[in-house]
Design a protein around this ligand. Structure first.
Ligand SMILES: Nc1ncnc2c1ncn2[C@@H]1O[C@H](COP(=O)(O)OP(=O)(O)OP(=O)(O)O)[C@@H](O)[C@H]1O
Ligand SMILES: [Mg+2]
Length: 233
């Protein structure tokens, strides 16, 4: 698969006239990108802007020359996002319906939806989840349901907002292995620098702006040093 090209051009995001993020610009062509930063630094806001769920107040995001905020149909095929909180993502009562929804949006036939749905459940050895009610699962399990829904859609760019936060050690290991083997671009949002060490590129953001952008060996040490200096209380 050809590397996807992500162009963030001077985006700004404000709520009721109050700046939350930006101005921020960056171009990526790498396959493994980590976005790191403290709580409230703007990581999830940036993820939502990159996936087109929210529209920048100024500036644009293009992925493979698609304007992500304007061309929603093309955007849906191009970029998938896993939310930080699974309960903001899930809309259907059963696991099967939830995963099928995204696939139906992409215009797949009924039988293709069924095939892709069964394949993703099989990949995670969760075939028996098909008819189960989503609300009977734990938070970590619901996160896995969301992740399966996004992976089933096979977007060219996957944005994962703290994907490991609710998962146990074996599930994290299994997921990490699956992600490592994916040919897609993965933008991994995390506040954990250990997770970012294997990225091709790390972008550190704070107060909605880029502090440092480069190879993990150049970004993570200063990030750690800065975090040591912060007093929260
Ligand atoms: N809809 C909103 N209304 C008001 N403020 C918002 C909204 N969305 C984001 N913000 C503000 O923007 C800032 C960045 O929030 P964001 O959720 O992007 O941070 P984050 O880096 O993902 O944090 P965390 O690590 O805690 O998930 C915060 O100060 C937040 O209060
Ligand atoms: Mg967040």
């Amino acid at each position: 698969m050809k590397n996807s090209e992500i162009k963030i051009e001077a985006i700004e995001f404000a709520i009721d006239g109050v700046a939350v993020l930006g101005p921020l610009s960056a171009n990526f062509i790498e396959k493994r990108i980590s976005i790191i930063g403290r709580n409230g630094s703007g990581k999830s806001t940036l993820a939502r802007l990159m996936s087109g769920l929210i529209t920048p107040t100024r500036g644009q995001v293009h992925i493979n020359d698609i304007d992500i905020a304007k061309d929603r149909k093309a955007a849906l095929k191009t970029v998938g996002i896993l939310f930080q909180n699974p309960d903001h993502q899930i809309i259907f009562p059963t696991v099967g319906e939830e995963i099928a929804f995204g696939l139906r949006q992409l215009g797949y036939s009924k039988s293709d939806v069924e095939d892709k749905l069964r394949a993703i459940l099989e990949q995670f050895a969760k075939q028996d989840w098909y008819n189960r009610n989503v609300m009977t699962f734990s938070q970590g399990q619901r996160q896995l349901i969301c992740l399966m829904s996004v992976l089933a859609m096979e977007p060219k760019v996957l944005i994962l907002d703290e994907p490991f936060s609710g998962l146990d050690i074996p599930t994290t290991r299994a997921l990490r292995e699956i992600l490592d083997n994916l040919d897609q671009t993965i933008i991994h949002i995390t506040h954990d620098p250990a997770v970012a060490t294997n990225a091709d590129r790390v972008i550190w953001i704070d107060e909605g702006l880029i502090v440092k952008d480069g190879h993990p060996s150049d970004v993570l040490a200063p990030f750690m040093a800065a975090m040591e200096q912060v007093n929260v209380l």
